[in-house]
Design a protein around this ligand. Sequence first.
Ligand code: G3I
Length: 375
Amino acid sequence: MRKHFYLLFITGIAIILIACSNTESKEKPTLKEAFKNKFLIGAALNTGEISGKDTAGLRILATHFNSIVAENCMKSEVIHPLEDQFNFTLSDQFVDLGEKQDMFIIGHALIWHSQLSPWFCVDENGENVSADVLKERMKTHINTIVGRYKGRIKGWDVVNEAILEDGSYRKSKFYEILGEEFIPLAFQYAQEADPDAELYYNDYNEWYPGRRETVTRLIRTLKERGIRIDAIGMQGHLGMDSPTLEEYEETILAYNKEGVNVMVTEFDLSILPFPKAGIGADLSANFDYQKELNPYTEGVPASIQEAWNARMLSFFRLFIKHADKISRVTMWGITDQDSWKNDFPVRGRKDYPLLFDRDNQEKPVVQMIINEAKQ
Ligand code: G3I
């Protein structure tokens, strides 16, 4: 009798626990479920997550996201530090992690003027190499990296940030040596290295008409020459005042008209004041620390938080409205603690730009976004 009672008691507890866990999952829908039929929802991964140390971050990743991008470990200075030396330690771990979790894996970034390996464009005397030498180096770089992850990395930021707000080309080493041609070449090499991978051009502040028009021309040029470009990455490094929703939307529509997908890449919404307008992700911008530029060290006042929530929500509303044109939305980090915005464009600030807080808790806006997606 006692034994029976004990058994009944245990079964009862088990039923309650199962019911609770069901209620829990019912109460807490996830971002990836909400956007299942709309677009991929991704996050950039840093070393802590890739190496497995940041277990809390990884739990959030597994719960809410279905795509990952390498925040830093595939940049040329990390992955190809010397001409005859590649370093795949972290990138291999990144790809393994993505596969284990069934993520849509994105490589970032094959050709970028910043975080560029010092040897890449110059000879032993520091002089620019010839066009032919640079082409060969680009080809080897792209072939080796894309080839290594062929069939595993599903999409590549082939060229990153090559065009300026006024529509002119950035005067990078690649441009100095090869002119505009370095972009079609990079796409051609990537296409040859993995014909099935998606190929992207990625940039910030694309709501500036000059930049948008040149990117549009670039899409046309590549297509006319039979070189594939699948999507444009619109980095979403936003501030509280800029851009307007209309500006962002105009660019989504403009790219869609050219027959490519749009991806919202590198999304974060800084809550802090900007020392100057229009900085975007121009890494050369740097400002001295001032207390007034770091007003929320003890937490964010309710009214400011509400304004941030509303702006974050309105951007997701925009993405949902254009879900037929947008293939992926990727957050540039998982928690506020991870964000590059804590140090940019002023070092040592406390920013709150992402969907999960410093205690690895989801912010209230997450469920607001999910509700929006359901409507
Ligand atoms: O890993 C080193 C570490 O060994 C060293 O001790 C430390 C000292 O500062 O630096 C560490 O490297 C830093 C790296 O982030 C990893 O934390 C670099 O200094 C720092 O410059 C680098 O910043 C990254 C930045 O790109 C430049 O590569 C940011 O994390 C990353 O979020 C940011 O991402 C870019 C995108 O790739 C392109 N679009 C703009 C976006 C934001 O700038």
